[in-house]
Every structure is written in structure tokens, then in C-alpha cells.
Design a binder for this molecule. Structure first.
Ligand code: CAO
Length: 415
């Protein structure tokens, strides 16, 4: 048995945020029925294609372990089938533009009438307020959720980050809400509405920046590079390059080969508890007792000088050597790994975090498997469905249609 075996998900999601959520639920063992418009499907099937007429990697990497049914939920017959699916499913997940499901005739009130046990989960760009009707994509959420204003070089323009915190980040938040609602339903017997706004999810992931915003009222943020460089703080949490977001100062430093390898860098944290080890490793034993360097407080105005000295040492080692030397000394460091290196990393293949999947039309490709490991419910990654691949099967097994009814639905263009 898988953790969510027996749970049926009516998957009305598209693009990235919603599909991330339902893919995790599928990996936990839920039966995810992805509803797609006949002849069209999820827009990402055709976006950023690397092979002509084949489902894109964008689609395949976000829709593993799901079944696909095509259904025109705006036609009369399609609505009738949709009602049957709502009756049969435990959770419905959607990330359409605000109001799209209401316009189809399926408001939350109507869904509750059809199935009082239904958990109805939505991603929207913004929660209730001035922007609630806006359509939102990843980078808009990163900007509106505080990430962009706090990411980038000191004095530089706001930057978005490669981590899809707006889309996949919100999808992961929604997973947590759905699982909590499923658990509450075991006591209450009732479904409920689960809502997650992309702005809120990004803001949650940037929680420490709101911490710093409030600390600013009480003086400079001494762990930021600005402090040692005498750069004045403004009214808001600033962009801070690669400064550590926590209480232990850290920076990205060059390693051997940086001149020709764009990823020959390491993150290096001057953890207070192992400061003496840092001094020994970089060949500055005198800093262990020097009052200008011996305590974390004394080091704060001198962080740039300190990291420059550490970088002289890291530039003589490759990023893996830095890791091998520092790890036994409990000095936290991390090599900057490229996607080429991650794709080839054997340990990630062994844990199923990076998997090779076979697809009937595109052949073999790499994907990221389930990053959440359950000891009693391992995740096997199965390829994404072709558009409408399981329409007949779902109409028969879930909706309860006979072969004649399936044919009639097809003739009407409902599926
Ligand atoms: N049968 C019939 N109609 C269908 C259908 C089906 N199976 N599936 C979808 N549709 C219809 C919708 O009802 C909608 O119609 P109306 O505009 O008439 O209501 C229409 O298709 C398009 O839906 P949409 O407006 O959601 O799609 P879009 O491409 O214009 O916008 C997006 C995309 C992502 C900006 C928007 O869906 C959105 O803001 N979603 C919420 C935030 C979000 O998740 N953003 C992340 C996107 S990346 O993960």
C-alpha cells in the first residue's frame, strides 16, 4: 500500500504550480486524474519543445504517475461527466485564472452540494485584495512576494531566482494543505476549501527578510556586507549579494579553475563554533587570539577582509577539495554544482532524486523524482500520460459508463 492509496484526485491543474502539487500526491500513491481540454491539453505539452510534436520536457517532468482524460467541461455532456467525477473523487485541485471554475458553473458551493466530502484546493496569484483577479506567473510572484527585492548584488537591480519558488513552491504549500484537510476529514467527515496564493507562499519562503525588515528599526544589519563596507542601509531590507541569510556569516568564494569554469565556486560559512578551525585551515592561526578577529562580534565589521583571506585559500583548491578538507573540521561549505554535475551525480540516481524515465514518443529523459522519501511508501516514477490516454478507462471505471455511452460522449465532442 502507498500512503495515499485509495485517494482519487480530480486534477484540473495546468502549467507548473498545480501540476507540481498533484505530481507529489501521485507519488504518494493517489490516483490522479488529469482533466484536459480535448485536442488542446495542458498548454505546457507544446511549450519549449525540444523534439517536434512530442510532449515537452516541461510537461513530462511535471505530470508523472497521472492518468489523462480529455473533457470539455463547458459542454452539457462534459458537465454531466464532470459532476460524476466530482462525486467519485476525494480532492479537486485547480490553478485556473480567478473565477474560471465559477464561470464553468462549478463554484465551491456547487461542488459541496455535489460532494460534501470534497477537498477543493486552489492556487491563485494573490489572495483576497486589490490584485485578486490578476493572472500570475512565476516571476510575478517572486517580485510580489518580496524575493526579487532582496535578491541581487548590493546596489544592483532586483533579481529573480532560478528556484521556482512561486510555482513549485506554492504547489508544495498546497500539498501540505491538502494532506491536513484529508486528515481533518477523517474526524469531521467534511471536505473543505484549501487556498494558497503564490504571493503568500513566496512571502513565507522569504520569512527571514521580514525579520530583517523589523531589525532595521533597531540599527544596521551587522551581518550584511553593507555594515563592514560602510554602505548605508535604506528603509527596506536590502539586496545582499551572497551574504548568508542566517546568523553565521557566509559568502560564495572562487575555487581553483574559476577563470574558465563558471561553476568553480564554493559557499563558505564562518561558523562561530569552528572559527579556530577556519583560522588553521586558511593559514591565519594568529586570528584565533587576535581581539579584532577572535569573537563573532569583532569579526562583523571585518567580514570582507576575512572572506578575502579565505578566498586566497579556496582559490588554491577545487570545490570538491574544499569540501573534503572542511567537512571533517565541521566547517560548513558547499560546492556550486552545475546541472551537468547534478544530472551525472551517482548518489542522486541511487536515492531516486534524479531518475531516468522512458517515454514512448520521446525515449529516455532525466527527471527529478520525489524529493520526499517515505520509508513505507516509496515513489516509483512513471512516465506522464499522453493527451487523453486514459479517457476510455476513466469513463468506464470511475464514471461507470458503458461502451455505448463512451461512444456517445465521443460523438458529441465532450471528451
Ligand atoms: N474544458 C473547457 N474549458 C476549459 C477546460 C476544459 N477541460 N480547461 C480549462 N478551460 C478553460 C477555462 O475555463 C478558461 O476559460 P474562461 O477564460 O472562459 O473562464 C480557459 O480555459 C483558460 O484558463 P486560464 O485563464 O486559467 O488560462 P490562461 O492560459 O489564460 O492563464 C494562468 C494561465 C496560469 C496565468 C492562469 O491560469 C492563472 O493565473 N492561474 C492561477 C495562478 C497560477 O497558478 N499561476 C501559475 C502558473 S505557472 O504554474
Amino acid at each position: 500500500m502507498k500512503a495515499l492509496e485509495g485517494i482519487k484526485i480530480l486534477d484540473m491543474t495546468h502549467v507548473q504550480s498545480g501540476p507540481t502539487c498533484t505530481q507529489i500526491l501521485a507519488w504518494f500513491g493517489a490516483d490522479v486524474l488529469k482533466v484536459e481540454r480535448p485536442g488542446v491539453g495542458d498548454a505546457t505539452r507544446g511549450q519549449l519543445r525540444d523534439i517536434p510534436d512530442v510532449d515537452s520536457l516541461y510537461f513530462t517532468m511535471l505530470n508523472h504517475n497521472k492518468r489523462s482524460i480529455t473533457l470539455n467541461t463547458k459542454s452539457d455532456k462534459g458537465k454531466e461527466i464532470f459532476v460524476r467525477l466530482i462525486e467519485e473523487c476525494d480532492v479537486m485541485v485547480e490553478n485556473f485564472a480567478p473565477g474560471a471554475l465559477d464561470r464553468m458553473g462549478f463554484s465551491w458551493e456547487r461542488i459541496q452540494e455535489i460532494n460534501p466530502g470534497m477537498i477543493y484546493a486552489s492556487v491563485k496569484g494573490f489572495g483576497p485584495g486589490p490584485y485578486e483577479d490578476c493572472k500570475v506567473y512565476e516571476n510575478v510572484a517572486q517580485c510580489a512576494g518580496g524575493s526579487a527585492s532582496t535578491t541581487g548584488e548590493i546596489g544592483g537591480i532586483p533579481m529573480v531566482t532560478g528556484a521556482q519558488i512561486g510555482d513549485s513552491g506554492t504547489g508544495m504549500h498546497l500539498v501540505a494543505g491538502i494532506l491536513a484537510a484529508l486528515y481533518q476529514r477523517t474526524h469531521s467527515g467534511r471536505g473543505q476549501r484549501v487556498e494558497c496564493a503564490m504571493q503568500d507562499a513566496v512571502l513565507n519562503l522569504c520569512r527571514v527578510k521580514l525579520r530583517d525588515q523589523q531589525r532595521l528599526a533597531h540599527g544596521p544589519l551587522k551581518e550584511y556586507s553593507h555594515f563592514g563596507l560602510d554602505i548605508p542601509f535604506g528603509e527596506a531590507t536590502p539586496r545582499a549579494g551572497n551574504d548568508s541569510g542566517g546568523g553565521q556569516p557566509g559568502r560564495i568564494l572562487k575555487c581553483k579553475g574559476w577563470e574558465h569554469d563558471p561553476d568553480a565556486y564554493t559557499y563558505f560559512i564562518t561558523q562561530a563554533a569552528v572559527w579556530k578551525n577556519v583560522c588553521d585551515v586558511i593559514g591565519r592561526p594568529e586570528w584565533k587570539e587576535d581581539p579584532d578577529f577572535a569573537t563573532p562580534e569583532a569579526r562583523l565589521p571585518r567580514l570582507t577582509q576575512i572572506f578575502e583571506a579565505i578566498e586566497v585559500w579556496t582559490m588554491g583548491k577545487d570545490k570538491y577539495e574544499v569540501m573534503e578538507i572542511c567537512n571533517p573540521l565541521n566547517i560548513p561549505v558547499g560546492p556550486i554544482l552545475s546541472f551537468k554535475e547534478l544530472a551525472e551525480e551517482e548518489s542522486l540516481r541511487k536515492t531516486g532524486t534524479v531518475v531516468e524515465v522512458d517515454h514512448p514518443e520521446r525515449g529516455k529523459y532525466l527527471s527529478v523524482g520525489n524529493p520526499i522519501k517515505l520509508s513505507d511508501s516509496p515513489s516509483d516514477v512513471e512516465r506522464s500520460p499522453l493527451l487523453g490516454e486514459h479517457t476510455d478507462e476513466i469513463l468506464r471505471d470511475v464514471v461507470g459508463f458503458s461502451d455505448d455511452e463512451i461512444k456517445a460522449a465521443k460523438d458529441e465532442g465532450a471528451v
